[in-house]
Each structure stands twice: as C-alpha cells, then as structure tokens.
Design a protein around this ligand. Structure first.
Ligand code: DC
Length: 220
C-alpha cells in the first residue's frame, strides 16, 4: 500500500508521516530530503552560483545514487541527516525544487522507491498529483497560514534562531504564493485526495485520523 501525504509548507507533513510510518511499520520516504540532498551536493561542489544550473544538475544526477534507510536519505552511501537542514541548504533548495531536470529525475526515483517497497508513506509536495496519483490513500494536509507560521516560529525559537513572528508569517505567505503559481510542479489538491485541516489539532489527532483512513482502506 502507498499512502501519499501532500500539502503546503508547515502543515506538519514530515512529523505526521514519520509517526505514521513508525506505527504502521511502513517505509518512510521524505521527498523533501531528496531535494535537500541534491542541494547539499550542489553546495559541496561549490556550484550553487553557476549560471547554467540545469547543466550542473544534469551532471550531479548522472553521478549520484539515492536511497532511504530508516527514514533518512542516503546519497552515494552516505546517510544524510543534519547536514541537509542547514541555513545554506534552506537558502538554496528552491534551486533544486524549481529545476525541471531535478523534478523529473526525483519524481521517477520517488515513484520507483515507493513501488519497490511493500508498504510506503510517501511524503511531500506533489506526491499525490505527480509522483503517485495512483496511491491507494491520498492525503492533503493543510492548516491556516497563521497556524503554520506559529509552528515555524516556535521551531526557529527552539533552535535559538532570533526571528520576528511577522517576518515568518510573511515568508510563509510568499512561499505559498510561489508554490501555487509556479510553472513546474505547482501545489494543488488531487481530485480524490482527502483534505485534513490540522489547525488547532495536535500531531496525534492527525496521525489517528490518517490511521483510521488507512485501516478502513485495508479492510476494503
Ligand atoms: O519539506 P522540505 O522543507 O524538506 O522540502 C525542501 C524543499 O523541497 C522545499 O523547497 C519544498 C521542496 N519540495 C518539492 O518541491 N517537492 C517535494 N515533493 C518535496 C519538497
């Protein structure tokens, strides 16, 4: 069974997906970490400011192998965890996410990974529309802009990063806008996806809700 979890930035997709994979004993594929791994490689090669990024991405793609172990992305045998969550990767990841070459490569890799494992939680933007529109369970997890900004603000404060709430809110608002309007892989709700609004709900509530959907689907 493939459970695909899609939705906007900050809706809690990763937290929910990780917890759900643990509970169900499914393989967890965090598609965002694959965009991050390619960005990490781009920075490692000092090529993040290249003029012809599509060319650079082509070279990178031809020389890497990606996999997943225990929910962590593996690039050419190296398990990547903290090193793909640095401010430098954050700053440059939109280059990989808006590259046609990268999107087409990763969509096909993600699909292969999902299909080749017995049971999978496939998490990330466009997993229900592009990567796996035929997933048995499709969830679109969302939350209000305010709520998503609050969560992001809390996360940053906990990491001792000084930020202003209004700035965080504005940043998420801008990211929503660019996600919804971008040419390649725009954020959209798949026709038959189940929309779950996590505003004012905790992680456990969302996990239980998806669990009951998976169980009822399994029981036919
Ligand atoms: O979820 P995240 O922050 O780790 O995602 C990293 C970046 O990749 C972010 O800019 C969203 C983008 N992304 C994407 O475009 N498509 C996906 N399936 C997953 C993530």
């Amino acid at each position: 069974m493939i459970v695909a979890i899609d939705g906007p930035a900050g809706a809690g997709k990763s937290t929910v997906a990780r917890e759900l994979a643990k509970k169900l004993n499914f393989k967890y594929i965090d598609t965002g970490s694959m965009y991050r791994a390619i960005t990490f490689e781009l920075i490692k090669r000092n090529l993040e400011n290249s003029k012809d990024l599509e060319m650079v991405f082509k070279e990178i793609i031809n020389s890497i192998e990606l996999d997943f172990i225990d929910g962590n992305v593996v690039l050419n045998g190296d398990v990547l965890t903290k090193e793909i969550r640095t401010p430098l990767v954050d700053k440059n990841v939109s280059k990989a996410a808006s590259s046609e070459v990268v999107r087409s490569f990763l969509s096909s890799e993600q699909r292969k990974l999902a299909i080749n494992s017995t049971n999978t939680i496939l998490e990330g933007r466009d997993t229900t529309t592009v990567v796996c529109p035929d997933a048995q369970v499709k969830i679109f997890l969302t939350a209000s802009l305010e709520e998503r900004a609050k969560r992001r603000y809390k996360e940053l404060i906990e990491k001792n990063i000084k930020v202003n709430f209004e700035d965080v809110l504005k940043q998420i608002e801008e990211r929503d806008k660019s996600d919804l309007t971008r040419k390649i892989g725009p954020l959209k709700v798949a026709e038959d996806a189940i929309v779950i609004d996590s505003t004012e709900k905790d992680v456990q509530w969302v996990v239980d809700k998806i669990l009951s959907i998976v169980i009822s689907k399994r029981n036919g």
